[in-house]
Design a protein around this ligand. Structure first.
Ligand code: B12
Ligand code: SF4
Ligand code: SF4
Length: 417
């Protein structure tokens, strides 16, 4: 096979809107496999039933995904957009993690990968490579996105386990194209977090017990997005007002702050610049990583916040969402993953943590929701807010409640007085 020019491939990636593109070989990832299997064994991945040792076996062997695999093109797409306004504090607000303010990134990145693969096949054919195979991955695929990015030198592992890039911090989505084309690999980056441990101390639930180690079962991202059932009682008070995902260990990261400053999301003193859209107008021409130069940063339009989603929505009205409202409001958003019942469960927890008695009427209504999961978390929230009205509502609900789990939650909430 004639070797392709990797710079041409990278330039094409940039033209599609990717912010970084690097290449690694399709050799296996034996260390990653060992670490994943060890973590599964210790229960750190519990609650993700699809994340099995067998899956790790495949995902760490690119040739199990594409038998003739030779190379992996790894791609990063930055999802920073404007900084939101701080919400009015007179009523309780939730917080949604940054990656979900706009449209679902899977839907945005997949067509880009398909276009990329089609172009790659044409390019390879033009120089005499007829039999080009590709497999495309973004997040959900059986691929170890972060391990690939690390080996390709796209970034390095932060102690919060996210991949940090020099130009965009960890505010990037990762994707890959596995191919049978032999491509010259890039070198790993010689960068690391040094002595910094800020993220480990900032995590509110202790989900980062050691550097580079995430206990998924405690991570608010898992609890609010992936967990289908009840949120463990001991976790609820630690979740604050986070209702979908969590960015805390990224927000505190100094590498991310540098990236935000470079892109105009922080002022010279490092303070967040509010409601910034000037990022579009600002000309940023060089990236310090040296991976690429002369590129003005243009946020992907699809990542811009959708007004019906927002970043800090008012919580009480969310409890009134019907199935249809929920589907309509979050049609394009990653939030649809939780379904209405998971999302309203999270909203109840955030309202409980707000301790705001203005939420009592809406939570009282939620005690009669069709979904037991919502009723049980509404009960917890009322117990957490407390007061005569909350107690009366809980006692009345207990009389007619048939679900044993919900009855237990109501009794537990009444005992919180
Ligand atoms: C499952 C999953 C989750 C789960 C579990 C996370 C977990 N334990 O890995 C949950 C739901 C909790 C989750 C949360 C989030 N996720 Co997620 N998730 C995934 C998924 C599907 C698999 C990750 C995986 O393989 N985990 C297995 C563990 C063992 O791998 P690992 O954490 O990378 O472990 C490595 C390090 O620990 C390292 N290591 C171990 N010891 C040492 C020692 C040293 C010295 C060093 C340097 C390294 C090192 O080696 C390990 C193996 O490579 C990937 C997509 C994919 N297909 O890869 C997205 C992915 C990792 N998630 C992503 C995102 C954005 C998030 C959230 C930020 C979302 C949010 N805002 O709420 C949070 C971040 C939480 C956090 N602090 O990591 C992005 C990360 C992008 C980036 N810049 O890194 C990914 C890559 C999706 C994507 N394609 O963009 N996620
Ligand atoms: S995403 Fe939130 S809960 Fe999860 S490790 Fe980071 S700070 Fe902790
Ligand atoms: S906060 Fe510090 S330790 Fe954590 S990822 Fe960022 S640089 Fe690394």
């Amino acid at each position: 096979m004639t070797t392709l020019d990797t710079q041409t491939i990278k330039e094409y990636a940039y033209s599609l809107g990717f912010d970084s593109a690097r290449i690694t070989s399709a050799a296996p990832f034996p260390e990653t496999k060992q670490i994943i299997q060890e973590r599964i064994g210790r229960g750190l991945m519990d609650g993700l039933p699809w994340f099995t040792a067998e899956r790790a076996e495949i995902s760490c062997h690119p040739d199990a995904l594409l038998p003739e695999a030779q190379s992996i093109i790894t791609l990063a797409l930055c999802y920073l957009t404007e900084q939101p306004e701080e919400p009015d504090t007179a009523v309780p607000h939730g917080r949604i993690s940054r990656y979900s303010w706009g449209d679902d990134y899977h839907d945005l990145i997949k067509p880009k990968l398909q276009q990329f693969a089609a172009w790659l096949k044409d390019y390879a054919k033009d120089i005499g490579n007829a039999e080009v195979e590709t497999r495309l991955f973004v997040d959900t695929g059986r691929m170890v996105d972060r391990a690939v990015a690390q080996r390709a030198g796209l970034g390095w592992y932060g102690k919060n386990t996210n991949i940090l890039t020099k130009g965009w911090g960890s505010w990037v989505f990762l994707a890959e194209i596995v191919t049978n084309l032999p491509l010259t690999p890039d070198a790993e980056l010689k960068a690391n977090c040094g002595s910094c441990e800020i993220c480990l101390h900032a995590c509110p639930t202790g989900a980062l017990p050691n550097p580079y180690e995430l206990d998924s079962t405690k991570c608010i991202s898992f609890l609010t997005i992936e967990l289908r059932g009840s949120i463990p009682l001991e976790m609820r008070p630690l979740m604050g007002n986070l209702i979908f995902g969590c960015d805390i260990c990224q927000e505190v990261c100094p590498v991310n702050k540098v990236a935000e400053k470079r892109l105009g999301l922080r002022d010279a003193q490092g303070k967040p610049v509010i409601a910034l859209n000037t990022i579009k107008k600002r000309e940023v021409t060089t990236v310090s990583s040296g991976q690429r130069a002369e590129k003005a940063f243009q946020p992907q339009p699809e990542f811009h916040m959708r007004p019906q989603v927002g970043s800090t929505p008012e919580l009480i009205p969310l409890l009134a969402l019907t199935e249809e409202d929920f589907r309509e409001r979050f049609r394009h958003s990653p939030i649809k993953r939780t379904k209405r019942r998971g999302f309203l469960r999270n909203v109840c927890v955030a309202l409980g943590n707000s301790k705001d008695s203005k939420a009592i009427p809406a939570l009282t209504n939620a005690l009669h929701d069709n979904e037991a999961l919502i009723r049980s978390h509404a009960a917890w929230a009322l117990g957490s807010i407390g007061g005569t009205d909350a107690v009366t509502a809980l006692q009345a609900a207990l009389v007619n409640e048939n679900d044993e789990e919900v009855q237990k939650e109501i009794r537990c909430a009444l005992a919180m007085r």
